[in-house]
Ligand binder design. Sequence first.
Ligand code: F0G
Length: 443
Amino acid sequence: MRAYRAKVVEPISLPDREERVANLEKAGYNVFNLDSDDVFIDLLTDSGTGTMSQDQWAAMMRGDEAYAGSDSFERLRESVADVMGFKNVVPAHQGRGAENVLYGVLVSKGDYVPNNTHFDTTRAHVVNNGGDPIDCPTDAAEDDPFKGNLDPEKVRELADDVGAENVPALVVTVTNNSMAGQPVSVENVREARDVADELDATFVIDACRFAENAYFVQQREEEFAESSVAAIAREQLSYADAIVMSGKKDALSNIGGFVGVCDGNLFERAKQRGILFEGFSTYGGLAGRDLEAMAVGLREAVTQEYIESRVEQVRELGDLLRDVGVPIYTPTGGHAVYVDAEAYLPEIPREQFPGQVLVGELYREGGVRAVELGEFAFPDEDRPQLARLCLPRRSYFRDHLEHVAETFEKVSARRGELAGLEVVEEPPMKELRHFSARLEPVA
Ligand code: F0G
């Protein structure tokens, strides 16, 4: 049961079929190019798309015109210290700004950066600083409750191969977005801490979805069955030297991010780079109201009422899709349902982007926008061909989820007729291809 009700509403409408077909063609079969007004149920991302609470809106009104020594920043700093345990904070305009600040300080040419699995922007920032991003996911058994975990042995092997001195940082992403939003256990984070110590590497947690992860820990890791989500979140993050955060996820805000650091020296270096790229160290490219929204949102994110209804709604969508025969990654992740597009569209070869074909069809049949996370988003990487349906926080209702399931049924009915896609136009940086490339159906 959701422990809130709607207070502000945004009208949405389903364009008719002809318009949807034309819109998709005009967008070059890339849903990033669609106008959001032309989308009925927008499951592209959970990033900055959620509904804020009345307390967040009220706090925004007291946001100052932030620059040096802003009060709003002070309230964010206190909230980060209370909720996440980091007393030094470098604010940034969003998560990738925080990544640029931190990885710009930690990573140099020739370095290797292991991560349970890199998210696309993380990978791009490591590459941009001359580093080589290396995914080290666990080879999880089917019934493993923590399929998002890092494999510490893979990190040790990497360090043996390339030399520990070339591994400046070890990153753990919670939940593991590129691995179907699966959680990471506290035990695994403790192991990662040990490995980082062995290698003398800085241990970073990408904390974007730290509250969702903490809820899974409460439900699945025996040691924490009686702990509050707030206490688990603090404990899990306490093992890291630094965190990168997108406020657009578990700070329940529409914009914002930050780096949290323990060590004073690393903090100083990050702060200087923050000033260079993001803005002075008490606003980081944000207005005071944005800092306030994050300060309040972080505290709400770790309440049991909120986090339970959040993660359980995502599971509800997963269950509805399973009921209509859609092969989803199980168990359902924390922020999104991931569909195995290769299993769903077995006739379409990987090079013709089965995930992207499915994403296009969901729009065509029901005005639903999802995102591909397979060969199109991650070219030439041997990984599962997934389409992600991501739920914005506190925004949609059960009938919207049912519409998504009905849309899948319509796509399923036409499955045999669908053609693959080919890229006809793409930007120079391959890590960013899926944001703007254009495609066409294969003749
Ligand atoms: N790290 C992770 C794990 C993310 O999922 C994201 C964003 C970022 C960093 C970057 O944060 O968007 O605020 O710059 N993920 C969004 C998504 C975009 O749709 O999954 P940002």
